[in-house]
Design a protein around this ligand. Sequence first.
Ligand code: FAD
Ligand code: FES
Ligand code: FES
Length: 1288
Amino acid sequence: MPSLPHSDELIFFVNGRKVIRLTGTKYFCGGGGCGACTVMMSRYNSTTKAIHHYPATACLVPICSLYGAAVTTVEGVGSIKTRIHPVQERLAKCHGMQCGFCSPGMVMSIYTLLRNHQEPTPEQITKALAGNLCRCTGYRPIVESGKTFCVESTVCELKGSGKCCMDQEYGSLVNRWEKMCTKLYNEDEFQPLDPSQEPIFPSELIRTAEDPNKRRLTFQGERTTWITPATLNDLLELKANFPKGPLVMGNTELGPSIKFKNEFHPVFISPLGLPELHFVNTTDDGKHLLFQIRCAGYSLAQLNDALHFIVLEQPKEETKTHRALLKHLRTLAGAQIRNMATLGGHVVSRPNFSDLNPILAAGNAAINLISKEGQQQIPLNGPFLERSPEADLKSEEIVSSVYIPYSAQSRHFVFGLRMAQRQENAFAIVNAEMSVKFEDGTNTIKELQMFYGSVGPTTVSASQTCKQLIGRQWDNQMLSDACRWVLDEIYIPPAAEGGMVEYRRTLIISLLFKFYLKVRRGLDQMDPQKFPNIPEKFMSALEDFPIETRQGIQMFQVGGQDPVGHPVMHQSAIKHTTGEAVYIDDMPCIDQELFLAPITKALALPGVVDVITAEDVPGDNNYQGEIFCAQNEVICMGQVVGTVAADTYAHAREAAKKPRIITIEHNLFLSDEKKIEQGNVEQAFKYVDQIIKGEVHVEEQEHLYMETSPILALPKEEDKEMVLHLGTQYPTRVQEYVAAALNVPRNRITCRMKRTGGVFGGKVAKPAVLGAVSAVAANKTGRPIWFILERGDDMLITAGRHPLLGKYKIGFMNNGVIKAADVKYYVNGGYLSYKSDNFCLACKTNLPSNTAFRGFGFPQGTVVVEAYIIAVASQCNLPPEEVKEINMHKRISKTAFKQTFNPEPLRRCWKECLEKSSFYARKLAAEEFNKKNYWQKRGLAIVPMKLSMGIPTAYYNQAAALVHIYLDGSVLVTHGGCELGQGLYTKMIQVASHELNIPQSYIHLSETSTVTVPNGVLTSGSMGTDINGKAVQNVCQTLMAHLHPIIRKNRKGKWEDWIAKAFEDSISLSATGYFKGYQTNMDWEKGEGNAYPYYVYGAAYSEVEVDCLTGAHKLLRTDIFMDAAFSINPALHIGQIEGAFIQGMGFYTIEELKYSPEGVLYSRSPDDYKIPTVTEIPEEFYGLGEAGMFLGSSVLFAIYDAVAAARRERGLAKTFVLSSPATPEMIRMTCVDQFTDMERLLSKEKGSPGHVSYSIFFDVSYSERRETGSVFKCLNSFNNLDCPEPNP
Ligand SMILES: Cc1cc2nc3c(=O)[nH]c(=O)nc-3n(C[C@H](O)[C@H](O)[C@H](O)COP(=O)(O)OP(=O)(O)OC[C@H]3O[C@@H](n4cnc5c(N)ncnc54)[C@H](O)[C@@H]3O)c2cc1C
Ligand code: FES
Ligand code: FES
């Protein structure tokens, strides 16, 4: 609020205090898409006298809009310094976090829900979390922590559903496996929720809201002015004076445009909260409540509540538009955006993907406009939504209300349909909203309206098609014509933004078909005699997949009393949930600090202190093939040309917006080939029954860790020393690169790493380059440098998982036994292919160099193997699981590179997985389901896994540790491993506690540093615990050997006594430990070696349901079985399994990066790159042991199975290409049917307008028949229509 009347100084209070440095609210995307910055807003409504609490994404809330609002951040909820809140405690104790970067946002979403609903339902919990992304956990433990507040909650996940692990099928497993446990935490330890302890809404704000003499507020900034009008008249006055000044309502459209599209406005007018824009007019005309939503200022969440009220109050047939709106509001963005975005803002901004505007148009809604000049109404089904200039708002007009009429008669249908990459919180790929009215007592079309979103620059009306269809019967012929005409009318050019042209055009008619069926069903329900329904089999896929609350169970083996083997909470868990865990961006300001952004020339701009280019690199600018700043030429997209150092982030970013990295041609160069051979393959091919050849494409994956690569470089005054604070998996590498760039010995460079918000392999190599760039800037300016990439820059510069092309030739017998396999792998390495011992042909391209990602090549390569096994099974007419089993290693065997291994654990996992998932029973059930459902198919798959651990280079498996015991008995442990959220520090504390036989509370782990443990290897390949654990064990054993004589003499003494005595006896209380590592080797000349320390085995089962008309899929169930041997910490391991599984599932299904033909990366935010949310996790999730990313491919192959079932039924070729990821587009276009055919044929015909040489007739099913010269589809009639002949 302003400090003094007429002062423009803003004093900002958060959590009741004047603000300053709050670290809990995190920044990930800046565009409202991730929820990391969630806070609770509270406002007092002077009309209802109620306080309204709602979640909001702080990154889109302008500070000036906070006048009159109370903001609660995670610090205001609870703190380790005072008292932690039950929400924070339970999230921590339920192991609902790993890196912790998303945790404050999660806390705030659950907390805000509890402020409104003290005993929420599980559905409310899931809904509240849909706007929050987590890249680590797989969401299950987060949802579970929230569900502990639900009335029916129990620790056993299955109890809520009426089942229990102890008395259902898993009970027998528990009995059979001794010491099996399902309890990862003890709910008896939870503090109860006590609402009386919550902060009270400030009374000053109530008084402010009640103040009858409200006045206009003006905030004058450096470049802009913010004005908040006091009344509606004041608003109209302002709008007349500043016609170009936008109205800032939710700021969810305006904010991103300013941030990411460089829009600039000198004046903002903010009428948010103006009572005149905030009420629903429900007058009664004797028959109805007349529902005039005078609610331009209503948030979409308030609109949702109002619609619910109407729907409850009014007859069903009259509220069809309202119901359609409610359906879309459920999945539109997350709860935060729905609570911020307003109906007025939505309608006026007219996004082409709008989910609401097309429904409003189809439902004949209108907007009421008001200005100083008067009032007018604009219908939404006219040219307004198409942004016709003559139908636009005048610059001084505002929308005051939206009028939504009732669907007046029973023969009036309104439906909204949409398809998105992800069910919730994702823009529609295509949405379609349609309404039809019939003549009384008939199925003759009287009025028809069809609107589409995401098919052009605006909402598009298929008005010509609708006009032509008036008077037609609602039958198959009408549908056939409608599909043809609408495709003709709505043209998506081949180079349209968003791509997927064929798919989007197919969706246009697939959604129309769904509408057609829905109306058919409606007519049948009204008059079954006259309008017989379509058989049930063809009515599947009419409804969207329901959004369910997940259930699951995690079982693991427990240890005894020892800390090792217990599900100990993550060492930083509570700090993560309170927001007190310090990440680099949270560190306090430093005198003279500068901020870096990647750029070209920008020195003249305000605040810019220096521009740093290749010329400023005192040492090597091209180190090991990595060029720190481009010199002479730019060799890849996203290469850093130079950086700008400025006094604030804002100035640095502003300067960096100037022209930057150029586009370049995609150019392939091949590196050396590596080959592994076993036996005589050519000979084997001669004696097999059959040979198949094929290709599998596996696309790349973006790490999308929550915290972008952060660096703080602090130059020292003396001896060319420099300290870097980093978020990395490999401090030694950063030290090496910085030393090379500065041309100093490595002993001058200190790299410190405490924690970072997620890595997944993405912070192994790239931080070294960014570190070098920062160090050069710090060296040149002599000032501290912060270099924290924006999300879009991080996605562009750091690249991701290598895309892979696998080509195979397989020889096999008719019984499925594979005798010969010739497989070639090609990976896209980007501009720099790292020297690595891989089995691939690395291709050089002008894209940023791809880098390590969880599993490093394994998740891509093994998909090719699974794919050819399925292809073999298909050729032999055998089930895939049978061919997998026949070809599985049975006894001690050798790999292709002649490493011996014992596959017994693999066979055990496979068997358990088949058994416990009830695979065969479920397969039968799926077959039954498929027989009964034409447009929806179920598929299932089981995949085995033999995962190679570690890196096939011996020296990468060494580790060192340093332990100090202080005289009070406390112990400080350091080692070379990095805490990345995986709980490495926690596990090291468990190991040290076990070895030193002292409580864990005595032991502390502060950070990893090149000063304490030099030459540490990278923390990756799931080897961190293994190798560092051995080093910590080694050092603790050394110290115990030092202490042994003292302990022997005083066995009853305490730890503290022994330490004191050791000091007196001059015994060293500090030691180093070392683990030499596993002796791996690989001889590439011979193509053999013991490449990996060991293998981890597992198996996973997944079952999906696919909507053949849209390409959507739903994961019904997953079972994971892993042999983790003895787990040091089952809770952390299970977290890794589930997190990796969900990340793998995203990789194989929905995660898709989009590029322009020139190689420009389009996907630069979570809006464009969809990772799984809480909605995507399996309905049922059962896990045992530890899993890998690759097991997520069970979902890919289950989808493949479902698609295969659809294709079988349609008589299509049984082999088909389904590459990874199996996106909705891929699924839809592989489920070939009359709609895909029509789209393809019509697109072809576009080249020869006026001549249509075929006709396609529709019915609800499809089979393919090839006629000479043209493709002709035949009707499988459900109402005795004969097969039509093609038109000449
Ligand atoms: C992360 C995210 C996810 C989203 N997901 C979806 C989705 O899945 N589906 C979907 O349909 N939409 C989605 N949206 C879009 C969202 O619905 C719109 O951004 C929102 O409705 C705009 O409302 P606002 O109040 O925030 O508008 P603001 O940003 O405040 O204003 C937008 C524009 O409207 C004008 N304006 C606002 N109110 C009035 C008025 N009363 N009279 C005249 N002019 C006015 C302003 O001048 C401004 O130009 C998403 C947005 C975000 C950020
Ligand atoms: S940072 Fe605010 S929503 Fe992502
Ligand atoms: S714990 Fe959720 S993003 Fe890392």
